[in-house]
Design a protein around this ligand. Structure first.
Ligand SMILES: *Cc1c(COP(=O)(O)O)cnc(C)c1O
Length: 351
């Protein structure tokens, strides 16, 4: 709690009293975030031990507490609008469930979220409203952005975002990069950190943590075939595309919202970006093979996103033999039960 409090305090400034902020941070991270060793040079940072089994619990829990604090004297209802590719909606729904004065409206792409994700979105009821959209995540996100740009709508309702465009969700994601380093045992050799990336909020928080002094050797943007950023790193051209559906569906993003933030941190210098970040693009077939490999080689069950993170990291380490690294395991394997069970050939227990 002390680490997280110190990380977030400069961003809160005078706007939240220290004792309140400390309480918010404490509630945000009330679950373990262990660094699990797989081999001499590869570790998994398990971000999935929160209430909805995904790393997004960290940002969603902090944000909901901020909003609760800042809107406590407000008379009209706050409406939280959120587009989800699967995990955001669940984490936000859980974070805001039963919070007085807040209604949550979640837009999710029809048929493109897993069974467990869909249940997390649609079964809470009360102040949580899920809308099933014919289309993909980018379509959901476009609708949300359109709503925020609509003057008339915004004069009638107090709308706010719970996507990682909201800094209250994005900034606290720095916490677990610091927790990873706390558990890192090679203190004279900073880790390479591989981040399964879709909308690029998570990796962008890591880059911000590094900019504020955290020792990180290099970042890896681990993508599925939605490879806009890896291609940008190769060619210098940023060309958004329509998202392609994959097994790692939380990363099916064709035009990542947070990319502009990353460019801002590196002052629009692609050279500087390349020094900090490498990109990899992994196919579904490789993802399945990696889940199988991890189970057989290390008795480790990874979800498809973690598998993309692992394979990207191991490719990078093959080219940089002396380095050691961490991949972020961003969701619990049960969130993708069918795919994971098929890949590892066995049942996995639902916590
Ligand atoms: C959201 C999500 C990602 C992608 O994170 P971004 O911050 O959008 O890059 C990766 N894995 C899982 C499991 C997610 O839910």
């Amino acid at each position: 709690e002390e680490i997280a409090f110190r990380v977030i305090r400069p961003y809160a400034g005078e706007s939240i009293p220290d004792n309140v902020l400390f309480e918010m941070v404490k509630e945000t991270i009330n679950f373990p975030i262990p660094l699990v060793q797989l081999s001499e040079e590869i570790f998994s940072l398990e971000l999935f031990h929160g209430p909805t089994l995904a790393f997004k619990d960290v940002g969603a829990r902090f944000m909901s507490r901020c909003l609760g604090y800042f809107s406590k004297d407000r008379k009209e209802k706050v409406i939280v609008l959120v587009a989800t590719s699967g995990d955001t909606g669940g984490a936000v729904a859980d974070g805001f469930y039963n919070v007085p004065g807040v209604e949550v409206v979640i837009l999710f792409p029809s048929g493109k979220v897993s069974d467990i994700q869909e249940k997390q979105l649609t079964t809470l009821g009360k102040n949580i409203h899920a809308l099933e959209v014919k289309g993909n995540f980018d379509d959901c996100q476009a609708l949300v952005k359109q709503a925020f740009a609509d003057r008339e709508l915004n004069s009638d309702y107090f709308l706010t975002s719970a996507n990682s465009i909201n800094v209250a969700r994005w900034l606290p994601q720095q916490f677990y990069y610091f927790f990873a380093y706390k558990q890192w045992k090679y203190k004279d050799q900073p880790p390479v950190i591989s981040v399964p990336s879709g909308n690029f909020g998570n990796i962008c928080a890591g880059i911000l943590a590094q900019a504020s002094g955290l020792p990180v050797k290099h970042f890896i943007a681990a993508c599925n075939v939605n490879d806009v950023v890896p291609r940008f790193l190769d060619s210098g051209k940023y060309e958004p595309k329509k998202a392609i559906a994959t097994l790692s569906n939380a990363m099916d993003v064709g035009n990542p919202s947070n990319f502009v933030r990353i460019m801002e941190i590196v002052e629009e210098e692609i050279g500087e970006l390349k020094e900090k970040v490498s990109g990899y693009s992994i196919t579904d077939q490789e993802t399945v093979a990696t889940m199988k490999f991890l189970k057989e080689r290390y008795r480790y069950v990874a979800d498809p996103h973690g598998a993309v993170g692992y394979l990207s990291l191991s490719r990078y380490l093959n080219e940089h033999r002396k380095e050691k690294g961490i991949f972020l395991e961003t969701a619990h394997p049960v969130k993708f039960l069918k795919e994971v069970e098929a890949a590892v050939g066995g049942q996995i227990e639902i916590p």
